[in-house]
Design a protein around this ligand. Sequence first.
Ligand code: SPD
Length: 430
Amino acid sequence: MKKLFVWLAAAILIATSCEGDRSKTLKVYNWSDYIGEDVIADFEEWYQEQTGEEIHVVYQTFDVNEAMLAKIEKGHEDFDVVCPSDYIIERMLNSGLLLPLDFSAIPDEINYIVNNRSPYIEGMFRQINPDIDANDYSVAYMWGTTGILYNADKVTDEEAATWDVIRNPKFAGKILIKDAPRDVYGPVIITLRQKELQEGTVTLDQLMQNPTDKDLADVEAYLMEVRELICGWEADFGKDQMAQDRAWVSLNWAGDAVWAIEEGAEIGLNLKYVVPEEGSTVWFDGWVIPKYAQNISAATMFINFMCRPDIAIRNMEETGYISSNGDISVLESQIDEEFDPIDVSYFFPGATEVCVDPTLYPTRHTIELCALEHDWGQDTEKLISMWSRVKGQNADYTTVIVIAAVVLIAIAWFVRTNMNKKKRSKAKRK
Ligand code: SPD
């Protein structure tokens, strides 16, 4: 009994001391491949310099928005900072899952939030939720378009200029699709409703709102055809596959495209990225503090640090994605005379002719082709079920192949063992 009491007391002591340590721990939940090397270590050092306190970052990653959301929405996990996309920010706002951000305690000389905010980003964030200003609850991190990354030696510019390239049998076995239901739904519904879009009887914005059951059924039927042609649903490996010439067409995000184009060029591949004129989506990922956070002050400092222009530039250069940082030094770091001048004044006021990569900073024209995705509330479940039906049947084929392989190996082993036995008994008889 005495022993049990000692054990219990020790357990309580450990639990309490861990609780106390929580002020020294910051739990960050971010997309994979979405931060510069050593940025976390640099934050820990900077935090100590500024506050005199130690901080240890527990850094975890996700590949799919919906998986991240489930951990917070259903699992109530105590992440201090997470990085959802626009429509998830909208959903979290609608369900009261976010805390308002407050940077007022950060001294002016180390407050990087003010200059970070490009008017374009602020405007787009205001569109996230008509009732609550998302700028009060999130700070944009990276953003970009969704488009087609393709190998221009295998796929013509004309073939790649339509979303339907993902259903082109000529590229069977060489097509990759993002494992991101909302980012795939958008392009497919745009393809299917192209005639109405051109006639002006429906708008892109309307297509991004809650789907009808018919829309979902049509998209599902389309994806059933696509899945017969693809070599994979990918969350993050698509860029490598493209850069290694294992796939030729990839429905992807601009950041992965920038990364793959640069890597592919090293081995002589001619990869390109296009946002089809048919229309597309523009997306924004932003830092937020969920309501189950335990270390709000360190979370606030972390978001602020990520807005420091040199940190934004490092993150941008190492991931391929465009920083949402509107500081002019960020634009200057990307100027390269190899590119024709484009107008990015929608993002950096006054920058009407700058030589930057148009895959990285989309032109004004590309931006005008794109709409923002929105939260579907309860209808999200219908999309998730549709997605698992489309992908699940693929898994069935895989299972069949694995089972067939196991059966074949077992037969081969059985035959071989029997032959050996026969040989041995023959030898004995002799
Ligand atoms: N490897 C990190 C990729 C993060 C890109 N986020 C895009 C979200 C689109 N909804």
